[in-house]
Design a binder for this molecule. Structure first.
Ligand SMILES: [Zn+2]
Ligand SMILES: [Zn+2]
Length: 361
């Protein structure tokens, strides 16, 4: 629970201190006044406007997922630039960033020099650091969005947010939407294909919209929750099912549920040249049986995607800008509550909307 007794005096005007919700393990999240370290060359200091609560943070606090502790969680954040280190900083599209600009940033902060980074697989950098995942005692304590300010170290992939895109659409772009851009890239082209999306949470609904926008012949959404199936229809699903269909063939399977049972069924339905892209299985689950003969005779591809590349940040914002009038994106994010309530949100049962949100100001 949130410790409401430890309310410090906010002294953020001087920018030498800020307010951060520090997760101390189990269900203890405490609001604390913390120092803002001096900015090094290329660093960017951001004032948080809105942070949405990704399911992975909820898994962390409930103990299903392990990450450094104590730490400031939160990695779906939109904020305004309030200070630069020497030399300023550029967005991933090359534009020079300016004070007051509204931005989002990547989940992963790559080193930029290792063999994976130079090969373009920065999400799997050997020394990757992650927004909202770093220990408070590390060199990047102020990494998470559940705070008034976030420090973005030099090299962090940053994307500027167009004025027309509301905060509630921009914040989830930093994890959910950008990850879906990376997932659908592996299934491209989806035009004319029969696509099945397993799991209709934030990522699944976004993937349904992406498949519909790409011109898929059909988009089937699978989720046991009736409300989510109803949402999927509003995001472009042509068919919704409570469980994986077992008879009709599909060309593309996008897996966000993390359920081995659903995947097992789904792999059987893939037609010739079928592609399964797995993104939901980020926690251990039972192995899945895969018949090598089926892979050979049906030319199947099974690929995994974890996190994304800097280009997917801008792709996410572009996708949301193109589809903001076509799909009810605003309905996926609950109205923001103050930062003081983040501990309660992390422990609350899932809401009717896939994302809770906080607005520190
Ligand atoms: Zn996330
Ligand atoms: Zn690297």
């Amino acid at each position: 629970m949130t410790d409401r007794t430890a309310h410090p005096d906010p002294v953020t005007d001087r920018l030498d201190h800020t307010l951060a919700a520090i997760w101390h393990g189990a269900d203890l999240v405490r609001l604390e006044t913390v120092p803002v370290p001096p900015l090094g060359p290329g660093d960017v200091l951001v004032q948080v406007r809105l942070a949405t609560v990704c399911g992975s943070d909820r898994h962390t606090v409930s103990g299903r997922r392990v990450q450094p502790c104590p730490s400031v969680l939160g990695h779906e954040t939109v904020g305004e630039i309030v200070a630069f280190g020497a030399g300023g900083a550029r967005a991933v599209d090359g534009q020079e960033l300016r004070l007051g600009q509204r931005i989002i940033w990547s989940v992963t902060l790559p080193c930029g020099t290792c063999d994976r980074c130079t090969a373009g697989i920065t999400a799997k950098c050997h020394t990757v650091r992650k927004a909202g995942h770093e220990s408070w005692d590390s060199s990047w304590g102020l990494s998470g969005g559940y705070a008034r300010h976030v420090l973005l170290p030099a090299g962090m992939p940053i994307a500027a947010v167009d004025d027309a895109l509301p905060d509630a659409l921009a914040a989830p772009a930093a994890c959910a939407t950008a990850t879906v851009m990376a997932v659908t890239e592996r299934a491209t082209p989806m035009a004319g294909k029969r696509v099945v999306v397993v799991g209709a949470g934030m990522l699944g609904l976004t993937a349904v919209a992406a498949a519909a926008t790409a011109g898929a012949r059909s988009v089937t959404a699978v989720d046991p929750d009736a409300e989510r199936r109803a949402l999927a229809e509003r995001f472009g699903a042509t068919d919704v099912r409570p469980t994986m269909p077992t008879t009709e063939p599909f060309d593309v399977l996008l897996e966000f549920s993390g359920s081995s049972a659903a995947l097992q069924e789904g792999l059987r339905t893939l037609d010739v040249q079928g592609v399964a892209v797995l993104a939901g299985a980020v926690l251990p689950d039972a192995p899945v049986a895969l018949a090598p003969e089926a892979v050979v005779r049906r030319h199947l591809s099974v690929v995994g995607v974890h996190n994304y590349e800097p280009r997917h940040l801008t792709a996410a914002l572009d996708f949301l800008a193109r589809t903001r009038d076509r799909f009810p994106w605003q309905d996926l994010v609950a109205d923001p509550v103050p930062l003081e309530q983040i501990g309660d949100l992390l422990l609350a049962p899932p809401g009717t909307k896939p994302r809770y949100s906080i607005a520190p100001r």
